[in-house]
Design a protein around this ligand. Structure first.
Ligand SMILES: [Fe+2]
Length: 385
């Protein structure tokens, strides 16, 4: 992410001698997700971040595809995903393509005594229920209801929850997740017209380097395999860092909606973007104020994207029988719109309390076994009286 952050102790000049109290050099690490040609950070470790002494046999965690091709409106009851104790076990991939993996999770516990690193995907974890702390080499990120936690690929983390009742929507993106280009100045500042700004971005805090040697298991995920690496020292041994590539949190409640006299199109809800997908936030807002306006969305043809809507909270004006955690998927190729009567019923309404996350992918999504297990098969008929 573009804005510069510095935390802890760092040397005056990069790539120069920076010594520990015992006279030894700190181990400098450049961290980026796109080589040396995009945003990066420099971290200063007590120990080199390379001290692997043992590896475990890899475990295959590739999602099982049940429907590779389909053209049908679908609906999934997300809260029917069963809770699991372990954080990684709890993440159930439901939809995916070559750009993203979308998962639901109800973890009762966090990562416990291991560390996790997604080696080929940036992660966006939307916290529907639960609160806790994400621990990283960059410091801590406390999180709660409505937060998007954005973690660059390669960042080692541990996640801890306060209670056992947690519901997450996880986006794994095989490309960097960025602020939308249209919100940025040519030099990377969020523009005045953007629905959020740098002040809304919560960066890591409480950097407490852990100087500890022992056996520290980092589970690293790459291409559907989970690899175990045992390190000689605690991964959170960073005494200082600076740069523009780091995990952060942004609350959906800090997204300032853009409204108008007539219905505004979905791109006003744009929040993050990656290669061939976008993440949008639908938040409580005033409705359109033209005297003849129709607040309900118009029917539209999404020929070049699959539209996924994850219902979070509040009343939804365009659809009856919505429950929390429900996902609708409108694949590119069939027009969709409000249910019968919803347009007429919306006239005169002045505001909405709806809260939802939309993910549009520009290539078709495939369905996994978990998606079929939680599907509402009657959804396809919900537009007829
Ligand atoms: Fe739509």
């Amino acid at each position: 992410m573009p804005h510069y952050v510095s935390l802890g102790t760092i040397p005056h000049k990069r790539h120069t001698q920076f010594r520990k109290p015992d006279g030894q050099l700190y181990a400098e690490e450049l961290f980026s997700t796109e080589g040396f040609s995009s945003d990066s950070s420099l971290l200063y470790h007590i120990y080199p971040p390379t001290r692997i002494f043992k590896t475990d046999a890899p475990v295959d965690v590739t999602p099982k595809i049940s429907e590779e091709k389909m053209l049908k409106h679908r609906c999934f009851l997300g809260f029917n995903i069963k809770p699991e104790t372990d954080y990684l076990d709890s993440r159930k991939a439901i939809l995916l393509n070559s750009d993203v993996i979308l998962s639901l999770a109800a973890p009762a516990k966090g990562t416990g005594n291991y560390f996790f690193k997604n080696a080929d995907s940036d992660e966006v974890i939307f916290i529907h229920e639960g609160e806790g702390v994400l621990h990283t080499p960059y410091g801590e990120l406390p999180f709660g209801y409505g937060d998007y936690i954005v973690i660059p690929r390669g960042c080692v983390y541990q996640i801890n929850f306060k209670t056992e009742k947690n519901r997450l929507l996880v986006v794994e993106a095989h490309s960097p997740v960025r602020y939308p280009k249209k919100y940025l100045s040519p030099y990377g500042q969020l523009l005045e017209s953007s629905p959020y700004c740098e002040r809304d971005i919560r960066v890591p805090q409480n950097l407490n380097p852990i100087n500890q040697e022992g056996d520290f298991l980092v589970k690293a995920k790459k291409k559907g395999m989970l690899y175990g690496f045992h390190y000689k020292n605690h991964p959170f041994d960073v005494v200082g860092w600076d740069g523009c590539c780091y995990p952060f949190a942004f609350s959906i409640h800090d997204f300032e909606p853009i409204t108008g006299r007539i219905h505004q199109p979905p791109p006003v809800h744009l929040t993050f973007e990656g290669r061939n997908f976008v993440i949008c936030s639908f938040v409580p807002r005033k409705y359109d104020y033209h005297p003849l306006s129709i607040p309900a969305p118009y029917n539209h043809s999404n020929i070049d994207s699959d539209e996924l809507l994850y219902y979070v909270d509040g009343q939804f004006m365009s659809r009856k029988h919505v429950e929390r955690g429900m996902i609708t998927l409108h694949p590119g190729g069939i027009p969709h719109g409000p249910q019968p009567g919803a347009a007429e019923k919306s006239i005169g309404k002045t505001e909405t309390e709806e809260l939802a996350v939309m993910i549009d992918t520009f290539h078709p999504l495939e369905l996994t076994n978990y998606a079929l297990e939680i599907e509402d098969p009657n959804y396809i008929n919900s537009w007829v009286e």
